[in-house]
Design a protein around this ligand. Structure first.
Ligand SMILES: [Zn+2]
Ligand SMILES: [Zn+2]
Length: 460
């Protein structure tokens, strides 16, 4: 089981700030758990610090708390249908659990599970310093089975990903060493640890056409750990002008099968390919444990779902679009956009990148749409838009650049979009603030996870 702890940046800062104290500190994380095949994500909803007056003992190497320090916090978690994780710090030290820590975990499993009503208990240890925190963590289920939290993902203007500190008896501290020759030149750019981070990521891609096939191609060669890709289209001859790795023999095959084959040719079996659109709760299930999502679809409804997923499951969305304009076969515009959507930034609706009318039109049956078109109420969806491989590939590269820059911290964080104007040779950052009344600015939607109906949306 891959277990990831996902946190909004503000909550993460509030937790690691406790490492500035010379003595140990205790907190409770309120979490929701989202699970899909072999993966589990703990979505952090809140960080609650234990009252200063409740510590019975507090030193640089030890702390002791009475049960009354927890009970009110666990009661609040239960009322909100949240589970709870016990967190304590090892200031300036290793985040590995002591023998005493393991005993405390065993003791806390029954009261935590009973009081929250959730079938799991979790613990997290923060070591190191506020500037260079380390962690270890585990989840213990009702049967007492203990599994490690392997990754923390902190989402905000950056995508900050950290692997758990390892015991030296647990083998090498970096993964993917088998691929060392394949990634040698990248390791020279990002370092061995950086390459291991890329290898630890699970990335979702929606759309395997011009931009999606290029994003997938790049992520495969970068060495991303796992890719889940969705597209319900089969390849046509006219797609061959821009779908990477596709050939004549692939016509009528699914677009996603081309991506899976590219992975196989690189000796990887890490692509989970699904010939479906992101339109059903089932397709959402496939993406909710991803660390990052790429929106490579023209479909406004699929993009609207990704737009909510980013907040509900704390998984940043890198959404892109390319618009080639032409009047009577004369090129009049080349416009590309890469939007970084994550808790703490504006959603695509607030940015005006999603058209509610178009979403509604796409959800109509063909008969309903024909009726509206006949009455002049809906835009004709007849002729396909112009598309050129040079620009779909360029925008896909800018989108992957947006991920790498935020993962490794070299991207400026004041902009949340990159806009390309081909006719002006211009590339510029853009930033739009969220509407404070909108769901994206409401912190109670951050990490809300599984709801009925999914994403609090009506599904056709
Ligand atoms: Zn400890
Ligand atoms: Zn919004």
């Amino acid at each position: 089981m891959r277990i990831v702890l996902a946190m909004p940046e503000t909550l993460w800062k509030s937790a690691v700030e406790q490492l500035k104290h010379a003595h140990e500190s205790a907190m409770v994380l309120r979490v929701r758990r989202a699970q899909s095949a072999g993966e589990s994500v703990l979505l952090v909803r809140d960080v609650i610090h234990v009252n200063e007056s409740d510590y019975e003992e507090r030193s640089s190497t030890r702390l002791r708390l009475p049960s009354r320090a927890w009970f009110p916090i666990l009661g609040q978690a239960a009322a909100a249908a949240d589970g709870a994780l016990f967190v304590h710090t090892h200031p300036g030290g290793s985040a590995l659990p002591s023998r005493y820590d393991l005993t405390v975990d065993e003791e806390l499993v029954p009261p935590f599970q009973l009081r929250t009503g959730q079938p799991f208990y979790g613990s997290l240890i923060l070591g190191g310093s506020t500037d260079a925190p380390t962690f270890t963590g585990a989840v213990i289920d009702a049967s007492g089975h203990r599994e490690s939290i392997t990754l923390i993902r902190v989402v905000g203007r950056r995508v900050w990903v950290k692997q758990a500190e390892r015991d030296s008896t647990n083998g090498p501290t970096t993964e993917g060493t088998d691929d060392a020759p394949l990634h040698d030149r990248q390791v020279r750019a990002f370092g061995v640890a950086g390459q291991a981070l890329i290898g630890a990521l699970h990335v979702g891609i929606v759309g395997a056409g011009g931009t999606g096939s290029s994003v997938a191609e790049q992520l495969l060669r970068l060495g991303v750990g796992k890719i889940t890709i969705l597209d319900d289209d089969a390849l046509t001859v006219s797609n061959l002008s821009r779908v990477h790795e596709a050939g004549l023999e692939d016509v009528a095959e699914s677009k996603v099968s081309v991506v899976a084959r590219t992975a196989a040719r690189l000796g990887r079996s890490n692509v989970d390919a699904h010939e479906m659109a992101l339109l059903t709760p089932h397709s959402l299930e496939l993406l909710k444990t991803c660390d990052v999502l790429f929106g490579c679809t023209d479909d406004q409804r699929g993009r609207a779902i990704l737009n909510r997923l980013a907040y509900y499951y704390l998984a940043p969305l890198i959404d892109m679009g390319v618009l080639i304009s032409s009047v009577e076969s004369q090129l009049t515009g080349i416009d590309g956009r890469v939007s970084f959507v994550s808790p703490g930034t504006a959603c695509l609706l607030c940015r005006g990148r999603l058209d509610p009318a178009a979403i509604r039109n796409e959800s109509l049956t063909p008969q309903e749409r024909a009726a509206l078109v006949a009455e002049g109420y809906a835009p004709e969806l007849g002729d396909p838009d112009p598309s050129v491989v040079t620009y779909t590939t360029l925008v896909a590269s800018l989108a992957v650049h947006a991920l790498l820059g935020r993962l490794f911290g070299y991207a400026p964080v004041d902009g949340t979009e990159l806009l390309f104007r081909g006719l002006q040779d211009q590339l510029r950052p853009n930033h739009v603030l969220p509407n404070p009344q909108h769901f994206c600015a409401d912190t109670t939607t951050w990490g809300r996870g599984d709801t009925t109906p999914p994403l609090d949306q009506t599904w056709a």
